[in-house]
Each structure stands twice: as structure tokens, then as C-alpha cells.
Design a protein around this ligand. Structure first.
Ligand SMILES: Nc1nc2c(ncn2[C@@H]2O[C@H](COP(=O)(O)OP(=O)(O)O)[C@@H](O)[C@H]2O)c(=O)[nH]1
Ligand SMILES: [Mg+2]
Length: 343
């Protein structure tokens, strides 16, 4: 899943992109969507490495995308919105330096996304109505009527200023709208890019409870990240600064995207994997390799904390803490998974 940094031009998306991924923003890619990976720091990996001494350690990473900023005049936004649509999770970056108004920007960006969605929906409704005027088979007619009804419901919720993720939708209705990859349906997070000398960053996080909000002085953090560790320590002491923990921010992005990590372990490799939260053992198997899902027999599952407590896989088994789980077992945080499969 792509994590899109979105916002208006000049809000600090490219600055944050470099800070998160350590890959400099490439100006020649300013009109497309530049992407790079950010490794997801997971402290439990170290504990696993001490037990298995693996030849290889592989950590899952988030794909971060620096999308072109929307223009406040709406000119040329269609192509930019199409790039934003590719992301599975949107991180809205709003400027809170110089003369910017982050709260107003947040509201108007949300409105811009919702307007774009409404255009998509009313376009589809118009085409359905055209088709319904023609002689078409009855089943198709019924299907289209049902779709139109659902889309009208979503559209009127939006017209009332309520994006889809907040509207009261049934699973079936969501299935109809999912195909449109609506922008206001995507999981969301806000990063307020504060001025270097912001005295009270908390004032930006207190207002909104509906989505997670982080404050980061991105310009300053990027400068700090580029310094040598010694220079950085000296600078931080001199200025009385406490820099933002990038690892913490990446973990918050993982959370906001609705994903989680699970572990696989062995003498050959200790590895973390991404999985949509609520994902099953079968989906975990599929993320590792489609063959594992196809030939799935069962998952053998233990937790990192049990393994650390008892020191070895053998001892975990002796304590009867190694579980045999079927396809539909829902993977939990801390699970180490071994898929048994047949070829
Ligand atoms: N004062 C201040 N300026 C910033 C900060 N972050 C970015 N900028 C400046 O804002 C401009 C736009 O930043 P950029 O990351 O390219 O924004 P983008 O258009 O959203 O990608 C650049 O001139 C940055 O130097 C910040 O935290 N504080
Ligand atoms: Mg940029």
C-alpha cells in the first residue's frame, strides 16, 4: 500500500519525504509521484536475532509517495488528484510556518478531495441514467438501479459535508463505491509542519479528534538529520532542542494506514512482514508467497514475548504455547508465524 504525502504546494511534502526516506526529492519528478521506501523500525527484531542468530535480517518497509501539491486555484488539479488516488493512505501535510493557516488549509483540502469525489460519483450516475434509457436486459437494469441508489446515498452524504469514511455504510454499499477509489474514503492522517521556533506545537493537535495529528518542524528535522551525530548533539544542546523521533513517526504511519507487522523466524532469516490489520493466516501466507497460500495446511503460531520468556522454540513447544491455527485465524500483534503447506 502506498502512503501518499498530500497537500497544497509548498506545505513541506518534499521536505518530509526526504526526512522519512532519506531519499532527496528529485525536482525532475515534481510533476509525477516520486516514491521511496522507509524501513519500519521494530525493536522486537533485535530480540529475535539474539535467539536465532540468522544469516539474514529483512525488515518490512512502507512505500512513501511524494505527490505533487494541489493548487489553491484548482488549475491543473485533475492530473494531481489522479496521482493521489493511487495511494492507499493519505497523509495531509499542512504548513504552520510564515503566514499560513493550517486549520483553514485542512478544511479546504478536505473539501477539494470531497468535490473531486462528488464529480466522480455524479459522472457515474449520469452515465447510469443514460444506459437505463436504452433497452437492456432486466438483470442488468436491476443491478444499475441498485448501484445508482447507493451512489446517490453517498453523494447526498457528501453534499451534507460528510465524507464516506464517516458515513454509515453497509458492507454491500461499500463494495459498490470501492471501485471508485474515492479520496475521502481513504485512511487519513495529518502532519502539521511547524515553524522551527514554534513554542506551542500542541495547539495544533488538540482540535481534531477524527484523524491522528502529528506536529513536525520538517525543515529543522531534515537539517538535523543531515548533520553528523556529533554536530547534531552539539546543535541540539546549544538550541535546547529535542528532535522528533523518526522511528515513532513511521510507526504512526503504519498504524494510520490500517496495517500491522508479523514475524517469521529461522536460522536462515528473521523477517517482518506487512499485513492489513485484521488479516488472516491465509492472507499472511499469501503475503509471503502465493504458493504458501495455495498449498496452505495450517499456521504454527507463537508470540515473541513467549519466545523471549522461554528462550527457545523447543521450550515454547514444551509449554504448549505453540498453537496450530487454521486459514481464518486472525493474526495478532506479536505473532511469529510458520506456514505449513503442501506443493
Ligand atoms: N520555515 C519553514 N519552511 C519550510 C519548512 N518546511 C519546508 N519549508 C520551506 O517551504 C518550501 C516548500 O517546501 P517543500 O518541501 O518543497 O514543499 P512541497 O511543495 O509541499 O513539496 C521550501 O522552500 C522549504 O524550504 C518548515 O518547517 N519551516
Ligand atoms: Mg514538493
Amino acid at each position: 500500500m502506498k502512503i501518499g504525502l498530500v497537500g497544497y504546494q509548498g506545505s513541506g511534502k518534499s521536505t518530509l519525504f526526504e526526512w522519512l526516506t532519506t531519499v532527496p526529492a528529485d525536482p525532475s519528478q515534481a510533476h509525477t509521484a516520486q516514491s521511496a521506501m522507509a524501513t519500519i523500525p521494530e525493536p522486537r527484531v533485535e530480540q529475535l536475532v539474539e535467539i536465532y542468530h540468522p544469516k539474514k535480517i529483512t525488515q518490512a518497509a512502507l512505500e512513501i509517495v511524494d505527490t505533487p501539491g494541489l493548487s489553491r486555484t484548482h488549475e491543473g488539479n485533475a492530473a494531481r488528484l489522479a496521482l493521489i488516488r493511487e495511494a492507499g493512505c493519505l497523509v495531509l501535510v499542512v504548513a504552520a510556518f510564515d503566514d499560513s493557516d493550517p486549520m483553514a488549509d485542512r478544511r479546504s483540502f478536505d473539501e477539494d478531495l470531497m468535490l473531486a469525489d462528488m464529480e466522480v460519483l455524479s459522472g457515474r450516475i449520469g452515465r447510469i441514467e443514460e444506459t437505463l434509457k436504452k433497452p437492456i436486459p432486466r438483470t442488468e437494469q436491476e443491478q444499475l438501479r441498485h448501484e445508482e441508489e447507493t451512489l446517490n446515498l453517498v453523494l447526498s452524504a457528501m453534499e451534507a459535508g460528510k465524507p464516506l469514511r464517516e458515513a454509515d455504510m453497509t458492507d454491500e454499499q461499500l463494495k459498490v463505491t470501492r471501485a471508485f477509489r474515492l479520496l475521502s474514503e481513504k485512511p487519513r492522517m495529518v502532519i502539521v509542519n511547524t515553524a522551527d521556533d514554534e513554542a506551542d506545537p500542541d495547539r495544533f493537535t488538540q482540535t481534531a479528534a477524527d484523524v491522528p495529528v502529528l506536529t513536525i518542524p520538517a525543515g529543522l528535522e531534515l537539517e538535523l538529520a543531515r548533520m553528523s551525530p556529533d554536530d547534531r548533539r552539539e546543535f541540539e544542546e546549544e538550541m535546547g532542542l529535542e528532535s522528533v523521533d523518526r522511528d515513532h513517526v513511521i510507526r504512526r504511519l503504519l498504524e494510520a494506514s490500517g496495517q500491522m507487522l508479523f514475524f517469521t523466524c529461522g536460522d536462515r532469516e528473521v523477517r517482518t512482514w506487512l499485513l492489513a490489520r485484521g488479516g488472516t493466516a491465509l492472507e499472511a501466507a499469501d503475503n509471503i508467497h502465493t504458493d504458501l497460500a495455495r498449498g496452505f495446511i495450517r499456521a504454527e503460531v507463537m508470540t515473541v514475548s513467549d519466545l523471549v520468556q522461554f528462550g527457545s522454540e523447543r521450550e515454547v513447544k514444551a509449554q504448549h504455547l505453540m498453537r496450530q491455527e487454521p486459514k481464518d485465524y486472525v493474526i495478532q500483534d506479536d505473532d511469529i508465524v510458520l506456514i505449513r503447506f503442501s506443493v
